[in-house]
Design a protein. Structure first.
Length: 584
């Protein structure tokens, strides 16, 4: 069947001036009804009947046809819908020979409606040719059995007389009454053109509870707020992008295929002054998904920390996820993280990740489908220690964060440096009270020859140390140091200064002093004199505050000038294992 949608948009509203084209959340109200018609699976054609050139241009911009301007006699306050529709159908038949089977009336004052409701109402007509029309109805708040007609002498008479003294009966014993809400009307063309009616005799009611007919300023504001809430994304995914034109498609394809639905994601791509074709490629993705992808272009490179901070400023969702542009999310990642966040009302949800090549990812190597989960309620030091030992890592990209949590505690990234995640994640693990952990691998950290990060080995090692010093100072500034002295001193001095511990564990095995000192020499050569002096000050302060550790910190101080021995390495490992929160 041929189904035509007609949107009657007169320009002379008196209640709210030009209400049909007034902007509501960035679009003229008329545009919403046009979009509803265009997105319906049943409607073949959408036209707007208007008396205004201005309205006509707006209607065309949003995809509707405007084959005529409505004559003045059909554009008055007193004009009937029937006159408007008879004029439109007559014009289309005479000028185009076009006669649809079914007419759908979409009033422009209803910016909120479901396309599925339109389609279901048309289906009702398709399945039974004896039906003249289908009208939207909603339960009446005031039932007619309790209503009265008042005469000139003040005497009242019941509106409804089919039930004796219905006005004295309990409401629950009276028939349920409905009112027509006019959001969607579906009518057979012959009913309009032959019977000169907008309804006919056999009318089916289609119950619809959610709708806004805008006729007052208050209704306009309520509808705008409702649309904002409905259009709000569930998760904002922030992704720094630097020289990634050859790998970004894999990442974005994994996001647009998320089971949570691309319509529920806000993907914020921050181009960090790329020197290749990354920005142009990102813009192509934005054009393909304009409602879900936003590209922000930075003309100066501020490293991933600055890009992530900028992304958070633009994020509109209540939950925030971070990704690297060269990584891949499993299809169900954000749906599962979001569901757990909502179920447990957590500040952070953590999933498992795997480091793999693109080939290993495609072959499913290292993937786990565990359904196990754990929720931490962190109330004191030992709870936090258990959480950190069992389930926390410093990566920022395998987690979902409540935006309110990040804003409340002012948790952001240091800018202009690498290892910005150490600072960010350390604050997250210090403030988080309720955390859910999923044992399932949902994030794939892909190993490419090319990386989205700037490759600078010397700066890598110095930034690693600097991130810990920056964090150490911030912890003290926030007043978080007291009561956690052992933990933070151990973490910041050992992890910060002994940056090569990380490399030694991964590459060499930590009990081989020759390789340890080879790495030590390589790292210390990267440190500036100022950085070494800052370390000396930190170590001296620690010695003064923690007399029981004097012997150990002499090793640290001495290692600034000479290689360490095997016994010193073993002693350092014992300090790492014994120091910290466990004594709190």
């Amino acid at each position: 069947m041929e189904v035509l949608a007609i949107i009657p948009a007169r320009s002379g509203s008196k209640s709210v001036k030009d209400k049909n084209i007034r902007e509501i959340n960035g679009k003229p109200m008329l545009a919403y009804s046009i979009e509803h018609g265009l997105k319906s699976e049943k409607i073949n054609r959408v036209i707007v009947s208007t008396d205004s050139e201005k309205y006509a241009e707006i209607a065309k911009k949003y995809g509707a046809e405007v084959p005529f301007l409505r004559p003045e006699e059909y554009a008055r306050d007193t004009s009937l819908d029937l006159e408007v529709f008879e004029h439109a159908l007559k014009f289309l038949k005479e000028k185009e020979g076009y006669v649809p089977d079914i007419i759908v009336q979409l009033r422009p004052t209803y910016p909120i409606r479901k396309m599925s409701d339109i389609d279901k109402m048309v289906e009702i007509m398709e399945q039974d040719e004896t039906i003249d029309s289908v009208r939207c109805i909603a339960p009446a708040k005031e039932i007619p059995y309790k209503m009265w007609l008042k005469g000139e002498n003040g005497e009242i008479h019941p509106l409804m007389t089919d039930i004796p003294e219905c006005y004295n009966m309990p409401r629950q014993e009276l028939p349920k009454a409905y009112y027509q809400n006019a959001c969607i009307d579906v009518i057979r063309t012959r009913v309009i053109t032959e019977e000169h009616s907008m309804s006919g005799k056999k009318i089916i009611g289609y119950e619809m509870n959610e709708n806004f007919d805008i006729d007052t300023e208050e209704e306009f504001l309520k509808a705008a707020e409702w649309i904002r809430e409905q259009n709000k994304k569930k998760v904002s995914v922030i992704i720094p992008c630097y020289n990634a034109e050859n790998v970004l498609d894999n990442c974005l394809e994994s996001l647009t295929a998320q089971t949570i639905g691309i319509e529920n994601l806000e993907i914020i791509l921050v181009n960090d002054a790329s020197t290749d074709g990354t920005y142009d490629r990102l813009c192509q993705w934005e054009q393909k998904y304009p409602d879900s992808i936003m590209v922000i272009n930075c003309t100066e490179n501020g490293r991933q920390g600055r890009a992530r901070n900028i992304g958070l400023e633009y994020a509109g969702a209540d939950y925030i996820g971070y990704m690297d542009i060269d990584d891949i999310a499993e299809p169900e990642m954000f749906e599962e993280l979001y569901k757990k966040a909502m179920l447990h009302d957590t500040e952070v949800v953590i999933c498992q990740s795997r480091r793999c090549t693109l080939e290993e990812y495609r072959n499913g190597i290292g993937k786990t489908d565990s359904t196990e989960e754990k929720v931490y309620f962190i109330q004191k030091g030992k709870d936090r220690l258990k959480f950190l030992q069992e389930d926390f890592n410093m990566a920022v990209w395998n987690k979902l964060y409540k935006k309110e949590f990040l804003q409340t505690y002012q948790i952001d990234f240091p800018e202009g440096m690498l290892y910005e995640g150490i600072y960010f994640s350390s604050l997250v693990k210090r403030y988080a009270v309720k955390v859910c952990v999923i044992r399932k691998v949902l994030y794939n950290h892909i190993r490419y020859k090319e990386s989205s990060s700037i490759n600078d080995n010397q700066k890598v090692k110095e930034d690693y140390l600097h991130s810990y010093i920056l964090l150490y100072k911030e912890i003290q500034r926030r007043g978080l140091y007291q009561g956690y002295e052992n933990y933070y001193d151990m973490e910041l001095l050992i992890s910060g200064y002994y940056v090569y511990i990380h490399f030694m564990f991964v590459k060499f095995g930590y009990l081989e002093p020759i390789r340890w000192n080879r790495a030590r020499k390589e790292v210390l050569e990267c440190f500036s004199d100022g950085m070494r002096e800052e370390l000396r000050i930190l170590i001296k302060n620690f010695e003064q505050n923690h007399k029981e550790y004097n012997g150990t910190w002499k090793i640290i101080m001495n290692s600034l000038e000479r290689p360490v021995t095997r016994n010193e390495v073993i002693q350092m490992m014992q300090i790492i294992q014994l120091g910290g929160m466990q004594n709190e």
